[in-house]
Design a protein around this ligand. Structure first.
Ligand SMILES: *Cc1c(COP(=O)(O)O)cnc(C)c1O
Length: 467
C-alpha cells in the first residue's frame, strides 16, 4: 500500500474536531482539514512521511485559529511615534468609543430632526460644537462647519468647491507632500484648480501674494508645513497679512492646518501647534484639519469657516462622495465634547494623556519591565533601560521631541543585523504584536505608549516569544 492511500478521509478527521467546528463553523474547519490533507499528500509525493494523527489535528487547529483571527489586530505601539499613521493614529477616548458603539448598534437620529420630525443634516450633530470650539472668539452665527472622510478630502473638496476652473495662490515653501500620496500640487490638479506658486522655497513676501492676484484668482491658500521645518534664512507671511490681501481682492483665504490643535498645547507643557481658533481670528475664511491627529478623535476632515462658504462647499457633489458615517460622527461628537472641559482633557483624551505622560512614570514602568523582558530573552539580547525621545507623529511638530524612556534590546556580537531582524519578528509574532524600532545595534521599545493599565497584558505574553 502506498502512502497516499493512508491519508484519512475528510469526514473521519472532522469527527475528531467537534469543539473546533462549534467554535468556527463546519465549512471553515472543513476547508482547513482539506488544506492540511492536501499538504500531507503533497509531502508524501515528495517522499515525506505522513504526519502522525495528533500532529495533523494540531496543524488543523492552528490553521483554523489563524484564519479566524481578524486582520485588523491591536498592537503595542512602542515605535516612539505617538500618532503613528500606519498604526491607526489617535486612540479614542472611552466616551467616544461608548457613543460610537451605541450608534453602531442601534438606529440613531443621523439625519433626522427630533424636534420637528423632519429631515435633518448629519453635519448638524457636530457643527455647533465645532464652531463653538474652533471659532471661539467670533460671532457664532457667521460660522459653520462640515465633516468629510479625512483632511486630504477636506482640502480637495474645499478647493474644488471654491476654485474649480480658477486659480489658487500658494507659497512655494508650502507645496508639501504629506505621506506619499498627498501632494498639494497633485490635489490642486485633481480639484481642477490652477496652482499659482509665489515666493521662493525659503522666503515668501506680502508683495508676492499681492502681485499674483489677477482676475482668475479664486482664493489664497496657506498650508501648514507640518512634516518638515524650514530653518535659517526664512520668511513667510503671517495669516493676518494674507487675509488682508485676500479680502482686499475680494477672495477667500483658506488655511490647511494639517493637524490643528483645538486647545493650546503650551498649557500642557507641549510645543505650540497652530490652532484653528488663531487662524480664524486672524482672518482665515476656511480652515481644514484632521480628526485623528492632535485632535485625538476618529479619522475625519473638519472644515470650519464662514457660513456662506461652508454652504457652497456642502452643495458640491463631492461632499456626498466624501461624507462620513454615523460611527465617525458619534466618535467625533463625543471627542469634541471633552474639549468643553479643558481641565480634565489630559486625563480623558488618550492622545493628550500619552503626550503629557511624565518621564518619571515611563522610567518606573521600564524598571519594572526590565527583569521580565531580560528573563524572556535570556542570552539572545542584553536589555537596558535608556533615555530616548518620542515624536508626536502624523506631521505634527516635526522637530520637537518629548523625553521618554526605552528598553533597548541588544543581541550579542558585532554583525547583529540578522539577530535584530529575528528579535523584531519574534515580538511581531506575539498575540498582541509588539512594534518597536531598530536604532543602530538595538531594537528599541519606547515605553511612552505602553500605559500602566496595559503592563500585565504586555508581560503575560512574553512567555510565548518564539525564535
Ligand atoms: C496630515 C495632513 C493632511 C492630510 O490629512 P489626513 O487627515 O491624513 O487626510 C493634509 N495637510 C496637512 C498640512 C497635513 O499635515
Amino acid at each position: 500500500m502506498n502512502e497516499r492511500q493512508k491519508i484519512p478521509a475528510v469526514d473521519r478527521v472532522l469527527l475528531q474536531l467537534p469543539d473546533l467546528i462549534e467554535a468556527h463553523g463546519r465549512q471553515p474547519v472543513t476547508a482547513c482539514v482539506r488544506a492540511e490533507l492536501a499538504a500531507a499528500r503533497e509531502g508524501a509525493r515528495h517522499g515525506l512521511p505522513l504526519p502522525e494523527e495528533a500532529a495533523l489535528l494540531a496543524a488543523i487547529r492552528r490553521r483554523a485559529e489563524a484564519s479566524a483571527r481578524p486582520h485588523l489586530r491591536p498592537v503595542f505601539n512602542l515605535t516612539g511615534t505617538v500618532l503613528h499613521t500606519n498604526l491607526g493614529r489617535a486612540l479614542l477616548a472611552d466616551e467616544a468609543v461608548a457613543l460610537m458603539t451605541e450608534a453602531a448598534r442601534s438606529p440613531c437620529a443621523l439625519e433626522y430632526d427630533l424636534a420637528s420630525g423632519g429631515r435633518g443634516d448629519r453635519d448638524d450633530l457636530v457643527c455647533e460644537l465645532l464652531v463653538e470650539l474652533a471659532a471661539a472668539s467670533l460671532p457664532a452665527d457667521a460660522y459653520a462647519a462640515t465633516v468629510v472622510n479625512n483632511n486630504a478630502a477636506a482640502v480637495l473638496l474645499t478647493l474644488n468647491a471654491l476654485a474649480q476652473g480658477k486659480e489658487a495662490v500658494v507659497s512655494r515653501g508650502e507645496l508639501v507632500e504629506i505621506g506619499g500620496a498627498f501632494r498639494i500640487p497633485d490635489v490642486m490638479r485633481r480639484a481642477r484648480v490652477k496652482l499659482v506658486e509665489v515666493g521662493a522655497t525659503n522666503c515668501t513676501h506680502e508683495r508676492d501674494y499681492a502681485e499674483a492676484i489677477g482676475p482668475r484668482t479664486a482664493l489664497l491658500l496657506k498650508v501648514h508645513a507640518s512634516n518638515y521645518a524650514v530653518v535659517g534664512f526664512t520668511k513667510s507671511v503671517d495669516e493676518k497679512a494674507i487675509a488682508g490681501i485676500a479680502h482686499a481682492a475680494g477672495v477667500p483665504f483658506v488655511v490647511d492646518l494639517g493637524s490643528g490643535a483645538l486647545t493650546d498645547f503650551t498649557a500642557f507643557g507641549l510645543p505650540a501647534e497652530p490652532m484653528p481658533q488663531q487662524a480664524l481670528a486672524a482672518g482665515a475664511d476656511i480652515v481644514t484639519f484632521s480628526g485623528d491627529k492632535l485632535l485625538g478623535g476618529p479619522q475625519a476632515g473638519l472644515i470650519v469657516g464662514r457660513k456662506e462658504l461652508i454652504a457652497r462647499i456642502k452643495k458640491n457633489p463631492l461632499k456626498r462622495a466624501l461624507r462620513v458615517g454615523k460611527t465617525t460622527l458619534a466618535a467625533l461628537e463625543a471627542t469634541l465634547r471633552l474639549y468643553r472641559d479643558p481641565q480634565r482633557l489630559a486625563a480623558r483624551l488618550p492622545t493628550l494623556r500619552l503626550l503629557t505622560r511624565p518621564v518619571a512614570g515611563i522610567e518606573a514602568l521600564g524598571q519594572r519591565l526590565l527583569p521580565a523582558v531580560q528573563a524572556a530573552l535570556g542570552e539572545r539580547a542584553a536589555v537596558t533601560l535608556q533615555p530616548c525621545a518620542s515624536q508626536i507623529g502624523s506631521g505634527a511638530l516635526p522637530v520637537e521631541r518629548l523625553p521618554s524612556a526605552a528598553l533597548a534590546l541588544r543581541p550579542p556580537g558585532h554583525r547583529t543585523g540578522k539577530a535584530l531582524a529575528a528579535l523584531e519578528a519574534a515580538f511581531r509574532a506575539l498575540p498582541i504584536p509588539v512594534i518597536g524600532s531598530v536604532q543602530g545595534d538595538a531594537l528599541r521599545f519606547d515605553l511612552r505608549c505602553l500605559e500602566d493599565k496595559d503592563e500585565a497584558r504586555f508581560t503575560a505574553q512574553l512567555a510565548q516569544l518564539k525564535f
